[in-house]
Design a binder for this molecule. Structure first.
Ligand code: SF4
Ligand code: SF4
Length: 214
């Protein structure tokens, strides 16, 4: 008998026939779910959709997939929807969601992992400017081991599309004024200070790129 041939068997009203393994709904997303759980250490399976994470999130109104829905999407293995969402770029990594979760699900760590996954995927980011900011931030971190606000904004504004967008939106004069105020108050430093842990930080980056064994 061809095991791939369609079956004429009518479905049992009380569940699948005894010779067919029972499949849980979350079983469809298992490889993706296992990967996210393995990489983030988040106990995603513990989520019972209480929505406390979403209620605690200060920017959930700007997300197309809310934090509690992110966890459900991972359980179901809906990878593409997550990687093409605005959520992965809008998230501030403030950790409020993780703090308020009664099951200690690290929602923030999951979204951060998905953001990196989206960044390295072929899926075009829904929030292009935020994706550029993300890359600029990581570049600065790799260079100095910490983020220097002056050089971060200098590097970000050096991207022509960013500058054009700011000119179009008319936000550039306000940003320059803010920069000047911060400078006068001694909050901006022209000479970036390197972190003492720069070697370790760069090693993390190299491991991420698969250059050395973890
Ligand atoms: S707060 Fe925790 S348990 Fe509740 S929906 Fe969010 S992740 Fe799930
Ligand atoms: S870490 Fe992201 S998802 Fe969680 S509360 Fe903060 S902004 Fe919202």
């Amino acid at each position: 008998m061809n095991p791939l041939a369609p079956s004429n068997e009518s479905p049992s009203p009380s569940g699948p026939p005894p010779d067919r393994p029972r499949t849980l709904l979350s079983g469809r997303g298992d490889p993706f779910l296992s990967r996210v759980e393995g990489e983030t250490g988040a106990n995603i399976s513990a989520c019972y959709q209480c929505e406390r994470c979403t209620n605690a999130c200060p920017v959930s109104q700007y997300m197309d997939i809310k934090p509690h829905q992110v966890i459900r999407h991972v359980q179901l293995g809906w990878r593409e929807a997550l990687l093409s969402s605005t959520t992965v770029w809008v998230c501030l990594s403030c950790e409020m969601c993780s703090t308020y979760c009664p099951n200690e699900v690290s929602v923030a760590a999951v979204i951060s992992f998905l953001r990196n996954m989206a960044f390295h995927s072929s899926i075009a980011p829904r929030e292009k400017l935020l994706a550029v900011f993300h890359q600029t931030f990581l570049d600065q971190l790799r260079k100095f081991g910490r983020v220097n606000e002056f050089w971060l904004m200098e590097a970000f504004n050096r991207h022509l599309p960013i500058l054009k967008e700011k000119i179009r939106a008319g936000t550039l004069p306000e940003e320059l004024r803010l920069g000047w105020d911060l400078w006068r108050k001694g909050k901006l430093h022209l000479i970036p200070r390197r972190s003492k842990a720069i070697a370790e930080i760069r090693a993390v980056y190299r491991r991420q790129r698969g250059e050395v064994a973890p």
